[in-house]
Design a protein around this ligand. Structure first.
Ligand code: IPM
Ligand code: MG
Length: 361
């Protein structure tokens, strides 16, 4: 097959440590499949601010547009906390999502059988969890207008964010929800706050309408507060969830704990011309630079890249199988290690998975 160009944006903190491991895994897969990958790096987040003064380095957006897919690390950190709102590291990622129209964010949370005890939740609760959170990514509070802060002469202030959705925005993410659910266990939970928010009432109305095109998928509407509770009480009742931007941000962090650790959760942001793949965990400033971060979320994101952007289904399976094999062999990074067991570092975990991928090709 022709050469695939992959834009690599490691960003900050542990993003810089886990992303290279995902690149190594892709190289190994490419060699086995006879597919050529070309990797080109660009700066985003705090790293871009330090080097260029803006959270998305000049040329980075263009590089992404020209690529077949984007491999992303993480952005942010205490160093840039004082930076003005519109110039924060996070704006680099938000600009990419918006500019590339990446409206659908897929976050699968599966409890690996060998990691059941890594979750702080009871075995009886998390065992068998296999769900997909689909988060709308380019609307809602994150982008709604008006937004801003007004300062008053008396020292007081008033700040505004706006939760806004058009029926068209809801419709397209609802379709993604039904399409994904159709390939899974045909159950879709649409999460909203329709008992309070008018935005959610429109959300529910549109999702219900789209559901008519998918009679084979069972749809239920769940209120977000109830969903947050049900996720830690009986997560196995869920298959596919679809929800707006902010609710999805919160619920997907919660779902990560069902999978044992934030270090295990990959994501795909799709919908536009080029997909972006990133681990759900952030920059983890507390462990950054120590070489102990779990690279599995980044590596599983690379597997999603193979599947969704390149159509390399077999290769994606191979990466996922390699991760499972390494876990079955008992190797653990610190976040998922049992107390008293010696954990492996980021690089070592990457080595183990690369070797397993090579053994399978
Ligand atoms: C995520 C992150 C981002 C978000 C931040 C880094 C802007 O928390 O991808 O979940 O809020 O979307
Ligand atoms: Mg988040």
């Amino acid at each position: 097959m022709a050469t695939c160009r992959i834009a690599v944006l490691p960003g900050d903190g542990i993003g810089q440590e886990v992303t290279p491991e995902a690149v190594r895994v892709l190289r190994a897969v490419g060699k086995g499949a006879g597919a050529g990958f070309e990797f080109e790096e660009a700066l985003v987040g705090g790293a871009a601010i330090d080097a260029t003064g803006v959270p998305l380095a000049p040329g980075a957006l263009e590089l992404c547009r020209q690529a077949h897919a984007i491999l992303f690390g993480a952005v942010g950190g205490p160093k840039w906390e004082g930076v003005a709102h519109e110039a924060r590291p996070e704006r680099g990622l938000l600009a990419l999502r918006k500019e590339l129209d990446l409206y659908a964010n897929l976050r699968p949370a599966r409890c690996f059988p060998m990691l059941v005890d890594a979750s702080p939740l009871k075995r009886a609760v998390v065992e068998g969890t296999d769900l997909m959170v689909i988060r709308e990514l380019t609307g809602g509070l994150y982008f709604g207008e008006p937004r801003g802060v007004e300062r008053f002469a008396d020292g007081g202030a008033r700040a505004v964010n706006t939760m806004a959705y058009t029926s068209r925005e809801i419709e397209r993410i609802a379709r993604t929800g039904f399409e994904v659910a159709r390939k899974r266990r045909r159950r879709l939970a649409s999460v909203d706050k329709a008992n309070v928010l008018v935005v959610s009432q429109l959300w529910r109305e549109v999702v219900t309408r789209v559901a008519k095109e998918y009679p084979d998928v069972a749809l239920e509407h769940v209120l977000v507060d109830n969903c947050a509770m049900a996720l830690v009480q009986r997560p196995t009742q869920f298959d596919t969830l679809v929800t707006e931007n902010t609710f999805g941000d919160i619920l997907s962090d919660e779902a990560a704990i069902l999978a044992g650790s934030m270090g295990m959760l990959p994501s795909a942001s799709i919908g536009g011309a080029v997909g972006l793949y990133e681990p759900v965990h952030g920059t983890a400033p507390d462990i950054a630079g120590k070489g102990v971060a779990n690279p599995i979320a980044a590596i599983l994101s690379a597997a999603m890249l193979l599947r969704y952007s390149l159509g390399l289904e077999r290769e994606a399976d191979r990466v996922e199988r390699a991760v499972e094999r390494v876990l079955e062999q008992g190797h653990r990074t610190a976040d998922i290690a049992a107390p008293g067991r010696r954990p492996v570092g980021t690089r070592e975990m990457g080595d183990l998975i690369v070797r397993e991928v090579e053994a399978q090709s």
